[in-house]
Write a protein that binds this ligand. Structure first.
Ligand code: GTP
Ligand code: MG
Ligand code: ZN
Length: 323
């Protein structure tokens, strides 16, 4: 039996690290000196987070910054979980509970190709809503710009810069923009999303050999993704930071959001919504809608408004990139 003193998270034998993989009650913790330690959070531990006691082992997830101790038998035990600064979560089906998939995610990188395949802006808008819903910064990556004349991809994506999203233009073929992308990822925990064939794996491999193979992404191509039960995993980058393997979150969607939440996900609508005549305005056909007025004046791009209307109607169980 371990004595309680051994489990004191403030004891000098306590270590810290980041949970990079979780599997059946066991956690793989990456330490500041790049070791991976296996630990459990089971037993009668008083697991603490942000000064509050937590009890369930499911409350430790990939991305959590944890404190752990090594017991006398050499096994690791997680004793405390740091307050999360962000999370990617979905509501558990049929429960009023949220299921945190990754803690402390810093950004969602949404990758599209300038061409081959042609950019699917509705899918982009959908992932931007998911990012906004989770209060995660989004980064738009436009790859394969070597396939178009200079300036042509900008005609499509400048709109997103105007709305306030960072857009990085890249080419794995010419190397353009790769340093900028790498700089945007270093030191952070990032997840990649994007349709099949846009070059997500190629980009990650160019940033770090082998990284693209290791990470399966939320490409959501039919039959390609794994099931939601597969756990998320973090892959370290040589310069610091992690890329999240997010195949397990491919079903994360808008099904859990109501109309108001979808509207909030269109960040350029927000300045106008307080002026709608009706407080529950869905911005569809209500009289006195300030959002529709803004679209008519040209203050909101018609294509984004159209995207919003379609997201309200969509069958959320379908592949988001095929809608
Ligand atoms: N011309 C051009 N081709 C590229 C570029 N980046 C990737 N490709 C090619 O695009 C194809 C798809 O690239 P992948 O990296 O497999 O794309 P992915 O997004 O990982 O696709 P999935 O894994 O199916 O989701 C490959 O044939 C790449 O060689 C680019 O910048 N320019
Ligand atoms: Mg890939
Ligand atoms: Zn309205």
């Amino acid at each position: 039996m371990r004595s309680p003193a051994v489990l004191d998270p403030t004891s000098p034998t306590a270590h810290t690290g980041t949970v990079v993989r979780a599997q059946g009650g066991f956690y793989f913790i990456r330490t500041p000196d790049d070791q991976v330690v296996e630990a459990s959070a089971r037993g009668k531990l008083k697991l603490m987070r942000g000064g509050q006691r937590i009890t369930s082992k499911t409350l430790v997830v990939v991305g959590d910054a944890v404190t752990y101790i090594i017991g006398a038998d050499g096994r690791g035990f997680i004793t405390a979980v740091a307050e999360r600064h962000s999370k990617l979560a979905r509501k558990a089906a049929f429960e009023d509970k949220e299921h945190v998939i990754i803690a402390n995610l810093d950004q969602l990188a949404i990758v599209l190709a300038a061409a081959q395949p042609p950019p699917r802006l509705r899918g982009l808008d959908r992932f931007l809503v998911i990012a906004e819903h989770n209060q995660l910064p989004a980064l738009i990556v436009v790859n394969k710009i070597d396939l178009l004349e200079p300036g042509v991809p900008e005609e499509v994506f400048d709109l997103y810069r105007q709305i306030g999203y960072p857009v990085i233009y890249t080419s794995v073929k010419t190397g353009q923009g790769l340093e900028e992308l790498s700089d945007a990822l270093v030191g952070k925990i990032s997840a990649f999303a994007g349709p099949s064939g846009v070059g997500k794996s190629s980009l990650l491999n160019r940033i770090q050999p082998g990284l693209g193979q290791a990470v399966s992404d939320i490409s959501e191509a039919t039959g390609k993704g794994r099931h939601t039960t597969s756990a998320a995993e973090l892959f370290p980058m040589a310069g610091g930071g992690y890329i999240a393997d997010t195949a397990g979150i491919r079903e994360i969607g808008l099904w859990e959001m109501d109309e108001g939440e979808i509207a909030v996900g269109f960040r350029e609508f927000r300045p106008f919504t307080p002026d709608c005549k009706f407080s529950g305005c869905t911005h569809r056909h209500e009289p006195g809608c300030a959002v529709r007025a803004a679209v008519e004046r040209g203050d909101i791009a018609p294509q984004r408004y159209d995207s919003y209307l379609r997201l309200l109607e969509e069958d959320t169980y379908k592949d988001p990139w095929e809608r």
